[in-house]
Design a protein around this ligand. Structure first.
Ligand code: PEP
Ligand code: MG
Length: 533
């Protein structure tokens, strides 16, 4: 209606753009549960709406089963207490993912959203019994193989199979017109968070104007790669780590070649390694025994090293640039892979714009040290390839200390990207992994208007962002500023980013159209606000 009315000149295009809700754009991009069927359905439980859209499938409780059942042609929903990198093959095979634990930035949430897959996390009513292959939930029992339906947009789990309405934006001419007008109205750029060639290509189709976050740890999830990562983490010696890194280098180089190519000369921000260690450590004796054989290290020794790496709070532990500071060879390998891919393509006249990003910087010295490693590695590669590819080195701003010492950090950084997942965790003192247990209660009971991991807390987290922007731009007038936390695809947060003067937002591929649309609405509201003044 809005588009037709604008075409008939009954309203302006700007009014048409403001009449459509970003959520309505979202509905067009994913299959959705039929609202009539949903009204009559038996609700089993509620959780956090981590990946939008609807999905139905038969319950499976392990990633291997999800994979095996899907190969037999079954539609399955993978139900886990929480997920880890070892579950990725099953998550991929499943129609949707449902977890009992975890928040909006948990492993399951990030991975599913990246793929545009329906996902509900933090569904604490689920009690999963792996032995009996059953789940008890609010007094009911669901067995392996039973059908359930998820509404990932609302975070609702239903018994049985509900009717799903298909997504079909490509055949919707009104959608196409609206998005064309949105792109004309907005000033904020929209990038994507992508860490594979497939995600990058999908995001380009959705209108992404670059990659704002390539999480390199996500490139290590494959079974052969995760083994090399574990070898690297568990090695006691530089020699051992370098041996493992040498195995990872060709994988990384190949991945970057694919991603740079898919992005067709648009900027690509590659973030150097930032895994919370617990996501990568081996959990089973079998994995440890395998590693002990391939590393030729006695099982007992490896087991005690594995135990010694246990952290009480991995999210605030040995991750981000702290890994690079203690093991610079890791970041050197990654910088080498990025630059080798860039130089190879540049020699073949393919345009590449690499932006290398250092995570979890709290002190300027951390960034200075890591930038030095990147620059010296890049120099060596460029000399070897006899070619020069311009690149920049910037940082994530995701700790309060980085915000308030932005005057110093901006002197070293070529760009900033706000990591608002960690910034919310650290400004608010909320654990990303645990807050999902009580934040829905806060929102339901109006203690908070919104979950701060979904919508930026403008008063608190936003205040820190504003400090970083003001100090950073005072040092460098044209300092490029973006956001790559999950808020980058959420409409209210996109408006906030527009209003504080960021250059771009970055979000998962399926949220790119929503961010483009929200950016247009923000620009129109800003313009109208200025006119009123
Ligand atoms: C963030 O912290 O906002 C971010 C994008 O990084 P990650 O979620 O990988 O910690
Ligand atoms: Mg982070």
């Amino acid at each position: 209606m809005a588009v037709e009315m604008a075409k008939q000149k009954l309203i302006t295009r700007e009014t048409a753009l403001l009449r459509v809700k970003p959520d309505q754009i979202d509905e067009l991009l994913h299959p959705s549960v039929d609202p009539l069927a949903e009204k009559k359905a038996v609700e089993l439980a509620k959780g956090l709406p981590a990946g939008p859209g609807g999905a139905k499938g038969r319950v499976v409780l392990t990633a291997d089963d999800a994979d095996a059942w899907a190969k037999k042609g079954e539609k399955v929903i993978l139900v886990r207490t929480e997920t880890s990198p070892e579950d990725v093959h099953g998550m991929h095979a499943a129609e949707a993912i449902l977890t009992a634990k975890g928040g909006m930035t948990s492993h399951a949430a990030l991975v599913a959203r990246g793929w545009g897959k329906c996902c509900i996390v933090g569904c604490s009513a689920l009690n999963i019994n792996l032995k009996n292959k059953s789940i008890s939930v609010n007094g009911k029992t669901i067995k392996e193989g039973d059908w359930i339906t998820l509404n990932g947009t609302k975070g609702r789990v239903y018994a049985g199979q509900l009717l799903l309405l298909p997504a079909n934006p490509d055949h919707n001419k009104w959608y196409k017109d609206l998005m064309t007008w949105a792109d004309q109205a907005r000033t904020l750029k929209v990038r994507t968070n992508a860490d594979s060639t497939g995600d990058a290509a999908a995001a380009i189709k959705f209108g992404a104007e670059g990659i704002g976050l390539c999480r390199t740890e996500h490139m290590f999830f494959g079974p052969d790669r995760i083994k090399a990562v574990r070898e690297m983490i568990l090695s006691d010696t530089l020699e051992g780590r370098q041996k493992a890194l040498a195995k990872l280098l060709p994988f990384q180089r190949k991945d970057f070649l694919g991603i740079f190519r898919a992005m067709k000369g648009l900027p690509v921000t590659v973030r150097l390694l930032d895994p919370p260690l617990h996501e990568f450590l081996p959990h089973t004796e079998k994995d440890l025994r395998d590693l002990s054989r391939s590393m030729r290290v006695p099982f007992e020794k490896l087991n005690s090293k594995n135990k010694s790496l246990h952290e009480f709070n991995p999210m605030l532990g040995h991750r981000g640039c702290r890994l690079g500071i203690t093991y610079p060879e890791i970041y050197a390998m990654q910088a080498q892979a990025i630059m080798e891919a860039a130089c190879e393509l540049s020699k073949r006249k393919v345009k590449v714009i690499p932006e290398i990003m250092i995570p979890l910087v709290g002190h300027v010295n951390e960034l200075a040290a890591m930038k030095k490693v990147v620059i010296s590695t890049a120099k060596e590669v460029q000399k070897r390839f006899k070619t020069k590819v311009p690149y920049t080195v910037g940082t994530m701003i995701e700790l309060p200390r980085a915000c308030v010492t932005s005057t110093e950090i901006a002197q070293i950084a070529d760009f900033y990207s706000f990591g608002t997942n960690d910034l919310t965790q650290t400004v608010y003192g909320l654990s990303r992994d645990d807050a999902g247990r009580f934040l829905p209660f806060y929102v339901e009971n109006k203690i908070l208007d919104d979950d701060p991991f979904i919508t930026i807390d403008q008063q608190g987290v936003g205040a820190f962002m504003k400090i970083a922007v003001a100090q950073g731009r005072k040092v460098k007038k044209n300092l490029k500023l973006g956001i790559c936390g999950e808020h980058g695809g959420e409409p209210k947060s996109v408006e906030f980013c527009n209003n504080i003067g960021l250059d771009y937002v970055s979000c998962s591929p399926f949220r790119v159209p929503i961010a483009r649309f929200a950016a247009a609405q923000a620009a129109i509201k800003e313009k109208q606000g200025k006119k009123k003044k």
